[in-house]
Design a protein around this ligand. Sequence first.
Ligand SMILES: [Zn+2]
Length: 374
Amino acid sequence: MYKAIVIRLFPTKTQAKLFWQNAGTARWTWNWGLALQKKSYSETGKILNINALKRKFTEIRNSEEFKWLQEVSRQVEANALIDLNKAYTNFYQKLKKGERGGLPKFKSKGKSIPSFCTRSERVRVYEKNLLSLKKIGRVRFKAEENLENVKFYNARVKFEGGKWLLKCAVEVLPKKSAIILRGVKMGIDVGVKSLAVVSCGRRKRVFKNINRTHEMGRLNKQLKHHKKNLSRKKKGSKNYLKEKYKVQNIYGRIKRKRHEYIQQTARKIVNMRPKVIVLEDLNIQGMMKNRHLARAIAEQNLYLLRMLIERKAKDFGIKIKLADRFFPSSKRCSNCGHVKKDLKLSERIYKCPECGKVIDRDFNAALNLERLAY
Ligand SMILES: [Zn+2]
């Protein structure tokens, strides 16, 4: 829905000076264009089209003599020429219908209303009644309407009745429905065995490692098979290309499946709508140095998962907290807090020597991370 509105502007002295300069240049450009059209009409019986007019203007704008034209935004001048073109079009249309209409007139300094166009896409509203205009900066304003979440069109600054006004059309954009977060907090342990083990309000949820599924295994087997075939074919031969396409095809399918799965997982995690999510500040680069882990991590797309969770959480208004890299999320007992210094990577079950707690290693880490949110 569009609506025409008027916004009162309160420029500073410097900004008002810029307003006058813009309006003056717009008026000068209109008059320059009009003189050119009159000349063209008297010489050829025709006026120039808008593109020819703009081209001629660019020529003088780039010349030494009219260098001052470059001090204002190009848009201001282009719009003055577009306005002039519209005035001519209206005139000719009325003439066709047999109505009387006036030819465009020169704008005199005293009589015409000082005005200029500004880039609507660049009008932005800030807090404390400030809005920014291109090449002008932030200007104080007052408006009757709520300008939150609107898009501006045809923005024009005018000096009327001793006041600077911004006249424009606005489109009210539909509001994103507010997402209601639950009271729970969440810890996420990402890894190689499972993609992610989540503790949300101390409840466990596991997102498997898709690379270990039966389907992926099948695809990987196919890939291996065709790669082997490919190595046996003569390079550049018809059969070589055939195999090459097959390999590329399977590889693409694997990649897409992984990618989709990561997207899906990030969505599912954020859709649990916790208030806070605690993630490990993973030293992925460090882990990548371990050759055995590197491939698994790259295949798991842990970077992407992390990025997607953070981005979606931001949309929902969920806070993200990062655990310190040295936080012993795996080594600490989530029940009594004991830190087991010699925990091996192969120990998939955490057995606490202090309190006797027996718990899945990754879930233990997720619980510890969740607790950091409190
Ligand atoms: Zn314990």
